[in-house]
Design a protein around this ligand. Structure first.
Ligand code: ADE
Length: 242
C-alpha cells in the first residue's frame, strides 16, 4: 500500500512514522509513506499557499493551484483515493479503517487555517474523514491517526495478526480487562478464573466483562448490537440495564 501525505507541516508525522509498528510495516514493504510539503507546488516568489476568503471574514484559505498541481504529480492516473482530513468528514471508525486498509494508494490532504478552496473538494477529493468532533489546528495529526490505525491492520503488522482483528471495535464491544504478573499486587488480586487454565470459562468471563464495560462506558455502541436474552440477563444483574 502507498500513502502520500500532502501538508503544510508534513514533518509533524515523521517521528511517529519512524517508530514501532509503523516503522516495522514500512521496513517489511507492506506500506510506503511519502511526505510532501504543499509549498513545493507554490508558483509565486513568496511560495504562498493560502489567500484571503472571497466575501471577507477571518482566516485564510488554502489556494487551489498548488493543490491541483501537486495532485497532477502525485496522482497522474487519478485512481488514488484522495482523502481530505476535515472536521466535516465521515467519522473515522474501525470499519472505515479496515475498508481504507484494502486500498492500493491513498493521498491524504491535510488542511490548515480555514481549510481548502471548495473547488479542491469538488474536483479532487474522493473521501472526507474526521477523527472526532473537535477542531485541530491542521489535518496533519488526523492524517497520522489514520495512517497509524491503517498500518496496524495491514497483514504482517502485528506479531500476532489475529490480535488486531479481535480487539476492541473489531468485535463491536470494548475490550475486556487484562492482567499480567504478579497475581497479587498491592492487595489487588487477579480474578481466579484467569488463573484456572479453563479456556472456556476464561472466554466466557472475557465476553461478560467486555459486555459490561461497553454498557457502562459506551451504551451507544450496545444499541447497535442485537443482544441475546443471556446478554440482557447479565446486564440487568449488573445493574447496567433496566
Ligand atoms: N482537521 C482539523 N480538525 C480535524 C478533525 N477533527 N478531523 C480531521 N481533520 C481535522
Amino acid at each position: 500500500m502507498r500513502i502520500d501525505v500532502l501538508a503544510l507541516f508534513p514533518e509533524i508525522l515523521a517521528p511517529a512514522l519512524n517508530t514501532g509498528i509503523l516503522k516495522r510495516v514500512q521496513d517489511a514493504d507492506k506500506l510506503a509513506v511519502k511526505l510532501h510539503n504543499l509549498r513545493e507546488w507554490a508558483t509565486d516568489k513568496h511560495k504562498s499557499v493560502d489567500d484571503y476568503p472571497y466575501g471577507g471574514g477571518a482566516g485564510m484559505i488554502l489556494k487551489p493551484e498548488p493543490i491541483f498541481a501537486a495532485l497532477e504529480t502525485l496522482n497522474p492516473e487519478t485512481n488514488a483515493n484522495v482523502v481530505y482530513l476535515t472536521p466535516q468528514g465521515t467519522p473515522l471508525t474501525q470499519a472505515v479503517v479496515e475498508s481504507l486498509s484494502l486500498e492500493k494508494h491513498l493521498i491524504l490532504l491535510c488542511g490548515r487555517y480555514k481549510g481548502v478552496d471548495e473547488r479542491v473538494r469538488h474536483r479532487l477529493v474522493t473521501t472526507e474523514i474526521s477523527i472526532g468532533d473537535y477542531v485541530l489546528s491542521g489535518g496533519e495529526i488526523a492524517a497520522l491517526v489514520l495512517i497509524d490505525a491503517i498500518g496496524r491492520v495491514l497483514p504482517g503488522a502485528l506479531g500476532d495478526y489475529e490480535s488486531a482483528h479481535v480487539d476492541s471495535f473489531s468485535q463491536e464491544l470494548l475490550d475486556h480487562p487484562h492482567y499480567t504478573r504478579p497475581a497479587t499486587f498491592a492487595d489487588l488480586t487477579v480474578p481466579d478464573v484467569l488463573l484456572s487454565g479453563h479456556h472456556e470459562n476464561i472466554e466466557k468471563w472475557r465476553y461478560v466483562e467486555a459486555l459490561k464495560r461497553t454498557a457502562a462506558c459506551r451504551p451507544d455502541l450496545l444499541q447497535r448490537l442485537e443482544l441475546s436474552e443471556e446478554d440482557i440477563k447479565i446486564l440487568r444483574a449488573a445493574g447496567l440495564m433496566e
